[in-house]
Write a protein that binds this ligand. Structure first.
Ligand code: GNR
Ligand code: NI
Length: 168
């Protein structure tokens, strides 16, 4: 078990597209354990493997404060079920210190593998629906700042670049 380093925007490695996991084996279960350690330490409610510079399709989520509902999504596939979208004020461990509203579909279905390599489907609601879409975006090399205006994105980029230079 280990707390891993989280890449921060505008690190180009965050733009890498993750590959599907072919074998849900002990190596992947170890990665999942390290990702939970990293997410809980941050703290955050979700983490995609991309953020710890592992470019395989693995996501962990736990929306609870007492860490009681850990969820694992391997090779997730999302289907949008309806036209409705809602704005949610999003943040990201890879964009520390900034939040902005993002509009996303509210009705989605997710199919994935669990830690045992078994397939499951669910219809997430509310914050879970937001978080799963945010994490699947990471696996595709996408960040919530990509939904903002170029001006807002550039301001965040400049401030984080400066913070990285100063070592803040
Ligand atoms: O901890 C997190 N909080 C959060 C809040 C609103 C929308 C999405 C998120 S995910 C984020 C952790 C993270 O960066 N996951 O990739
Ligand atoms: Ni994020």
């Amino acid at each position: 078990m280990a707390v891993l380093e989280i890449l921060e925007f505008p690190d180009p490695r965050l733009r890498t597209k993750a590959k599907p996991v072919t074998d849900v084996d002990d190596r992947i279960r170890n990665l999942v354990a390290d990702m939970f350690d990293t997410m809980y330490a941050a703290p955050g409610i979700g983490l995609a493997a991309t953020q710890v510079n592992v470019h395989e399709q693995v996501i962990v989520i736990d929306l609870t404060e007492d860490r009681s509902q850990p969820m694992v999504f391997i090779n997730p596939e999302i289907t949008v079920l309806g036209d409705e979208t809602a704005d949610y004020e999003e943040g990201c461990l890879s964009v520390p210190g900034y939040t902005e509203p993002v509009a996303r579909p509210t009705q989605v279905k997710v199919k994935a593998l669990n830690e045992q390599g078994e397939s499951f489907e669910m219809i997430p609601e509310d914050l879970l629906a937001v978080c799963i879409q945010h994490e699947i975006d990471h696996l595709q090399g996408k960040l919530f700042v990509d939904y903002l205006s170029p001006l807002k994105r550039q301001r965040i980029r400049s401030k984080l670049e400066k913070a990285h230079r100063v070592g803040a």
